[in-house]
Design a protein around this ligand. Structure first.
Ligand code: HEM
Length: 320
């Protein structure tokens, strides 16, 4: 190759990188911000502590937001982007609209992180740390978060609609949708234990409480009191009937008593391949906690393809 051609190619590549703010970045590392922004972990922790103290459910909401980010083109904070003239984003996708919440919590933490370390910490990393802290603040395990994610320049409503499992899913569908992300059935069953936290709208579990036969009848009657056959779509009920604000293994005990709130939950304990594991998690909280932490790290390592243009966003709702 002639040196002039090579120079031009190098220049074009440099401009492309400048324009996009860089490609997807290197491998994740637990030490990524140790020198770049040593306070980031304590800032995120304090922000989450405040949010969870004000409203325990917020921990659940942030944990779910992270899942919904990672399953759509990797953990790249694409879920946080508002719609623009160039793309219709994920916030208003079916699984997210009127459902995913807590954007303002991430924005508030981001403002504090920017004040301490300008243009350094990605929104995707803030969300990964916030989800970990949410679990721990509500009584669950902690783990070391791999860092160095970068933020997407675009978001996809259609990808959000097709990549996220719905509450009517069968066990086979759940296993396939997690396998599509490199996650095993065991990871899937462990991650589903997140449903030990939080609330769900009547519209997401009506089918189960009126139509399913593998449901405890007293539990179905209880939920039918606030979720009528028609109307009341937005009325909330706790997903874990026992301890909805505590990160524990009660979700699996619910399943063993046919008290899973979603059809998809009960699929994990309905005579299929995950029954054995559900019983183990139900009997061994430490085993669940360890597997959950491991699976969160694995899910958190889903990143966009290396060629994807990325940046460190300054404001999580819009690209720079
Ligand atoms: C296995 C497939 C899954 C399905 C079918 C599913 C489905 C749902 C649905 C339908 C809701 C209620 C949404 C609403 O009311 O609008 C919900 C809530 C929730 N999900 Fe999942 N989910 C799954 C896996 C996960 C995973 C892997 C996590 C996190 C690791 C998670 C965390 C949560 C949390 C914490 C809530 C409560 C959120 C809040 O109170 O704001 N879910 N899920």
């Amino acid at each position: 190759m002639g040196s002039v051609v090579r120079c031009v190619l190098v220049a074009v590549a440099a401009v492309a990188v400048l324009f996009a703010g860089g490609a997807a970045g290197g491998p994740l590392s637990t030490k990524f911000y140790d020198s770049r922004c040593p306070n980031v972990q304590s800032i995120v922790r304090a922000g989450m502590a405040q949010a969870v103290a004000a409203e325990p459910r917020m921990g659940a909401s942030i944990l779910r937001m992270f899942f919904h980010d990672c399953f759509v083109n990797g953990c790249d904070a694409s879920i946080l982007l508002d719609d623009t003239a160039n793309f219709t984003g994920e916030k208003n996708a079916g699984p997210n609209a009127n459902s995913v919440r807590g954007y303002e919590v991430i924005d508030a933490i981001k403002t504090q992180v920017e004040a301490s370390c300008n243009a350094t910490v990605s929104c995707a990393d803030i969300l990964a740390l916030a989800a970990r802290d949410a679990v721990n603040l509500l009584g669950g395990p902690t783990w070391t978060v791999q860092l160095g994610r970068r933020d997407a320049l675009t978001a996809s409503q259609s990808a959000a609609n097709s990549n996220l499992p719905g509450p009517g899913s069968s066990l086979a569908t759940l296993i396939t949708m997690f396998a599509n992300k490199g996650l095993s059935p065991r990871d899937m069953t462990a991650l589903s234990g997140a449903h030990t936290l939080g609330q769900a709208r009547c519209v997401t579990f009506r089918g189960r409480i009126y139509n399913d036969s593998n449901i405890d009848s007293a539990f179905a009657a209880l939920r039918q009191q606030t979720c009528p056959q028609s109307g009341g779509d937005a009325t909330l009920a706790p997903i874990d009937v026992q301890t909805p604000d505590k990160f524990d293994n009660a979700y699996y005990l619910d399943l063993m008593q046919k008290q899973g709130l979603f059809h998809s939950d009960q699929e994990l304990f309905n005579g299929g391949s995950q029954d054995v594991l559900v019983r183990k998690y139900g009997g061994n909280p430490a085993m669940f906690a360890a597997d959950f932490a491991k699976a969160m790290v694995k899910m958190g390592a889903l990143v966009p393809p290396a060629s994807t243009p990325t940046e460190v966003r300054l404001s999580c709702g819009k690209i720079n």
